[in-house]
Design a protein around this ligand. Structure first.
Ligand code: SF4
Length: 388
């Protein structure tokens, strides 16, 4: 599997809440969100379940998902299963190799049950308030679910999970698991997103005075939002859009926009191809950023273990969060590395992202794979630091 090229930068016509959030720590990451090719990188498997969660919850809000009572979760489960199946079919080949059937995605049943509980609750609440099916409402309806909203100047667009003008609220559903006290409060990032949605609602004639986050566990947190706060967030997003476009006008390329740091690069999808990351990353980044290593392949040894071909790569470390001079990346399913080409061999340069560093064995770091997250990327041409 070859590392993709960074996107060619072009002017952005508009900014979304997710581009804005990415750009607060790294404008290159924002550019990828805006311009990166869909399906080029394997999604986190949790994203498939998260998207399905949103689909089912939206159907419940629209009135297209029925439930006889709070315990009637079958319709929600069925829609969840169908949606996951559809998304799984379109998933990156690496995701399908790791999880050949959707039900094997990590925490599938947990997400399915949480989704069905929340969706059944919404569907029953709609019935009890006599709300009509949303698709039949007039366009002036103060209720919007997953509707694309655009600012009057066309520069900001977003799709809020649910906006209810009657209760003056915008609701954002979160499928992810948040631990401890953080689950009780709206995070800074969630607050920014809610303010932008409140702004977009206002621009479309729906007054919103509060944001609500509903977590997968059912926990709710609220945030008051004033018109001034919503407008300030929108202006900040516009400024970021102008900054990116000014850089593009001046001929910037992807790496010119990059701001590598443990905080900004944590969980960034661009790590496989981001030369700025590999030029900056240090072993000290490991606690916050995970285990990543770039190295020259010294040896690739494959063995059949219980009928599965597993390959251990011995690397001379060039860069990464690994402290050793060498790394042994153990027992990688060989198929994961044969999606576009044959196995890496001596002399190739590879990047192993989101591994698990286990221990040091002399000067060699032992790295194991994480089934959900690890990927091995080969570099087509080693231009990372101009040293060939
Ligand atoms: S890996 Fe780091 S520097 Fe590169 S785009 Fe992502 S956040 Fe920016």
């Amino acid at each position: 599997m070859f590392a993709p090229e960074p996107p060619d930068l072009v002017q952005l016509a508009r900014i979304t809440p997710s581009i804005y959030e990415a750009g607060l720590t790294c404008l290159a990451k924002a550019a990828w969100y805006a311009l990166g090719g869909h399906g080029v990188l394997p999604d986190n498997p949790a994203a498939i379940l998260g998207t399905s969660f949103h689909e089912v919850v939206a159907a419940a809000h629209r009135g297209t998902l029925m439930a006889a009572n709070h315990s009637d979760r079958t319709p929600a489960r069925q829609l969840f299963d169908e949606t996951v199946r559809t998304l799984h079919k379109k998933a990156h080949p690496l995701v399908k190799l790791k999880f050949p059937i959707p039900e094997r995605l990590p925490y599938y049943n947990l997400h399915r049950e949480r989704t069905s509980i929340i969706a059944a609750h919404i569907a029953v609440s709609r019935l009890s308030t006599g709300s009509p099916v949303e698709t039949l409402r007039a366009s002036t309806s103060p209720v919007r679910t997953e509707s694309r909203l655009c600012s009057k100047d066309g520069l900001i667009v977003g799709r809020a999970d649910h906006i209810d003008g009657k209760s003056e609220s915008v609701v954002d559903y979160k499928s992810g698991y948040v631990v401890g006290a953080d689950a009780d409060a709206v995070s800074d990032s969630e607050a920014r997103q809610l303010r932008l949605y409140a702004y977009l609602a206002g621009e479309n004639g729906i007054y919103v005075s509060k944001g609500i986050v509903v977590r997968g566990s059912g926990q709710r947190c609220e945030l008051p939002i004033s018109p001034a706060e919503a407008e300030a967030e929108a202006n900040s997003a516009r400024t970021q859009l102008q900054t990116i476009n000014a850089a593009v006008n001046n001929g910037a390329v992807f790496s010119d926009l990059a701001s590598p740091s443990p905080q900004s690069c944590k969980s960034c999808v661009c790590i496989p191809f981001c030369t700025s990351f590999w030029a900056s990353v240090k072993p000290e980044w490991s606690p916050g950023c995970g285990s990543h290593v770039e190295g020259n392949v010294i040896d690739a040894e494959s063995r059949l273990i219980q009928g599965v071909s597993l390959t251990t790569l011995s690397l001379a470390v060039r860069s990464g969060t690994i402290a050793g001079q060498n790394a042994s990346v153990e027992q990688i399913p060989s198929d994961w590395m044969k999606i576009e080409d044959d196995l890496p061999c001596s002399g190739d340069v590879v990047r192993v992202v989101h591994g698990r560093e286990l221990e040091m064995n002399g000067n060699t770091a032992v790295v194991r794979i994480d089934k959900a997250m690890t990927a091995v990327w080969r570099l087509r041409v080693d231009t990372s630091r101009g040293d060939e």
